[in-house]
Design a protein around this ligand. Structure first.
Ligand SMILES: Cc1ncc(COP(=O)(O)O)c(C=O)c1O
Length: 445
């Protein structure tokens, strides 16, 4: 058995720089940025319109609006749907927190439905079980780049008169039965924060074919202005309003990124395929299956570990991989280590602004909601087993991918051997365990 680095052996990757997760920023992006600066037109103007046209063309939709983030994209969509106090919105527990907290910004109630354990995407059967007379919308999340099974959700939406907001932050370019995600529900939202498939540092956009939603969303991202009356006009709708505008600086970069999106996706796909080829027969881990209903893209590369075969939980596995030099333990406290959203302290404690329990216990809400373990067992299991292994950033080299695969192979084989030999595995420190198990302590309070 090859000695693991954590047991004192040689690391698979040592004396090499950290794996690259940088933005793709070439001469074209730099020139575009400089041009905006030269024109002294930094705020939202013509370049943003050009960027929005490029987005709409790529997705084959009537409208796109570029905004300040993927989170604010979610907000303007829900606002345009007219979601408000007393309404319920069905959300996913296996996602980044923004997909769920956007509902709270409308003073509405997020209701968690479980995920399909194969693809980690909303399970339509559980969504159906969660629908009540208060339900107004569903937010399917194409997590990791995997398309959600949209037809049954759209059918439920038609039957119960619900809005569908596709959170495509991790999935631009993925398709469902040949259609790009973000064009199937009433609105699609995307994020272009660094690390996403196209990047503008911070940023996001919405896509829609609905003229009315387009006008409303445009208004909500810019102080409830009417688009036809222009940028500096005053509050024409008399609606709650705010500022979620993007700048021309970001749009100029985004436009270049949209021009290279297919190449970026192809390189990510090639990187992911390389990893899959190397990892598919490693004992104790499974590569994630692809759904038959569409083509996924790769935002991030995740694997499923089999704790029974490895004789270890995911944290020991991560700590051993970190010692091999291919995993960064600072991910433990971040969104790269997914926790079930319905077990977040925010939801469990029903924390509202100003120390209230609003909107969870709002008088406008005639339902009752409690959050905590047991609500979505498949998502909870996935959070124990699905390991966000590595970026598939286009800048990664074959040598980087080989290091990742070799380390996973080495650690998995060693764990399986230890299990067979009856050697218990306790690599994780209490400190590391604390970083991922905080929600259990919150719940026990
Ligand atoms: C699934 C998902 N939804 C929403 C967001 C929010 O996007 P942003 O960070 O641009 O606000 C992100 C990423 O950050 C995400 O991964």
């Amino acid at each position: 058995m090859e000695r693991l680095a954590i047991d004192g052996g040689a690391a698979v990757r040592s004396n090499k720089p950290r794996m690259l997760e940088n933005d793709i920023f070439e001469q074209e992006e730099l020139d575009a940025l400089m041009e905006v600066a030269r024109q002294k037109k930094l705020r939202r103007a013509e370049v943003t319109l050009e960027y929005e046209k490029a987005i709409a063309d790529y997705f084959g939709v009537k409208h796109a609006i570029a905004v300040s983030s993927g989170t604010t994209a979610l907000h303007i969509a829900l606002a345009a749907f007219g979601i408000g106090p007393g309404d319920e919105v069905i959300v996913s527990p296996y996602t980044f927190v923004a997909s769920d907290t956007c509902v709270l910004e409308q003073n509405a109630i997020p209701i968690f439905a479980d995920v399909d354990p194969r693809y980690l995407t909303l399970d339509p059967a559980d969504v159906e079980r969660k629908i009540t007379k208060r339900t107004k919308a569903i937010i399917p999340v194409h997590i990791l780049g995997t398309p959600v099974d949209m037809d049954p959700l759209m059918e439920l939406a038609r039957k119960h008169n619900l809005w569908v907001l596709e959170d495509c932050a991790q999935a631009p370019g993925a398709t469902y039965h040949g259609k790009r995600v973000g064009t199937i529900g009433h609105v699609g939202t995307f994020s272009t924060i660094s690390g996403k498939i196209t990047s503008t540092g911070e940023g996001g956009f919405v896509t829609t074919n609905d003229d009315d939603l387009f006008e409303k969303m445009w208004g909500y991202q810019d102080f409830a202005r009417k688009r036809s009356l222009g940028m500096a006009s005053k509050f024409h709708w008399g609606l709650p309003c705010t500022n979620y505008r993007i700048t021309n600086l970001q749009a100029a970069i985004g436009l270049q990124q949209m021009r290279r999106i297919d190449a970026l996706l192809a390189k990510r796909d090639a990187n992911a395929r390389y990893l899959t080829n190397r990892l598919q027969n490693v004992p104790g881990i499974q590569v994630l299956p692809k759904p038959a209903w569409g083509e996924r893209v790769y935002y991030y590369y995740a694997i499923r570990i089999q704790p029974e075969m490895l004789g270890s939980d995911m944290l020991n596995f991560a700590v051993a991989l970190a010692a091999e030099g291919i995993y960064d333990l600072s991910y433990l406290g971040t969104s790269r280590w997914i926790i079930p959203q319905h077990m977040q302290p925010l939801f469990v404690n029903k924390t509202g602004y100003g120390g209230t329990k609003c909107p969870f216990e709002c008088p406008w809400y005639d339902g009752h909601v409690e959050y905590g373990p047991g609500l979505c067992p498949e998502a909870e299991r996935a959070c124990e087993q699905v390991f966000w292994l590595s970026s598939v950033n286009p800048l990664l080299q074959v040598q980087d991918l080989d290091d990742i695969a070799t380390a996973v192979e080495k650690v998995a084989n060693a764990f399986v051997d230890k299990k067979r030999a009856g050697i218990p595995i306790h690599y994780a420190t209490n400190d590391q365990r604390d970083k991922i198990e905080f929600m259990e302590r919150v719940y026990q309070k």
